[in-house]
Ligand binder design. Sequence first.
Ligand SMILES: Cc1cc2nc3c(=O)[nH]c(=O)nc-3n(C[C@H](O)[C@H](O)[C@H](O)COP(=O)(O)O)c2cc1C
Length: 388
Amino acid sequence: MTRASQKVASPRVVCIEDLRPLARRRVPKAVFDYLDGGAEGEVTLRENCRAFEEVTFRPRQSASPGVGLRPCPPLLACPCRIQPSDALGRRGGGGRAAGKAGTAYMLSTISGHKLEDVKAGSSGPVFYQLYLMGGRAAAEAVMERARVAGFAGLVVTIDTPVSGIRERDYRNGMKELISGSLLEKIPFLPQILSRPGWLISFLLDGGLPALPNVVIPGKGPMPLVDINAALARSAVTWADLRWIRDCWRGPIVIKGVLTGDDARRAIDAGAAAISVSNHGGRQLDGVPASLRALPEVVAAVNGQVEVWMDGGIRRGTDIVKALCLGARAVLCGRAYAYGLAASGEAGIARAIEILRADLERTLRLLGCPSTAALDRTWVNVPKSWEWS
Ligand SMILES: Cc1cc2nc3c(=O)[nH]c(=O)nc-3n(C[C@H](O)[C@H](O)[C@H](O)COP(=O)(O)O)c2cc1C
């Protein structure tokens, strides 16, 4: 066991917030801020977590003990473009850890890991998150690869017509760190050399490769330096979604919906599930917390497709509140990313273990027999949240 994994396994790491300082100590500042930060004033980032505090529980005491989470835990690992710290998990480590913990994993388009390797390494369901950067020909090729590799579904993220401005990244010089000349990288040496454990894992993992899943016909894998410009040219339209549905033919999750109108459009475009998400507060700052947007979307969908949500999940109580407001599953981004940055696969496993134990305990404390029995009657929601 490495020192980093001993730390995450320590009895003092009792909640996700305890993983955050470990992550901060293990990775360079620029990498930590990339994981931790949000867009512009980070208002939506903060709101995502704060909204959970506004919802309170209505427990039913002295109920008979519940059976818990079965048949399957409503917890999935979000697609996260965590290229520089992805390296901490070794090739496909995120998918492997999630699979071992019985959780589905979503591989981002902007991962340095080949989708076939991630799928082969994971014992659980894996989804491929699709951006259209690279154009339709590249998308068609990756969908075919994902189909052959046995991916469970496609997650199409629709909230990224251009990358949000994450001010911490600009201040930290993330652009120069990734795409600058050797001379421009010199100022980063002290923070990188002060994290030797991270540096070794990062180099063993192949450093910053091109994107092996965005293969441009006639050109090869897209270089990392081209990502932001490519994203700005690849907004996903409703017409694109219909085209994707025709190409893919398997289940499609549309991620990044925040209103009832968009939810209805997503159903028309062929979504099998909708994920209420504001990209963890990393895109348009000033949109509502995902939890606040959830009731409107659930009402608009009216049971036609499953509704999932992500944004601000740090505790099992958060998961239970989201399920009470109509989500069928939640996706975790930073919760597992802190674990990954703190200690690779062991850190992800610890994060999932914490959330699952929290979830089971919360159900017992509520007096609720299973996640399937959760609904609005188990919570108090502020009057101002009501949507009809
Ligand atoms: C470092 C980082 C990278 C992300 N990269 C992607 C991505 O490539 N594709 C995507 O759809 N969402 C991406 N997201 C958003 C997550 O999938 C998810 O919506 C968000 O993290 C949920 O909020 P939470 O971090 O509070 O759990 C990223 C989030 C983080 C923190």
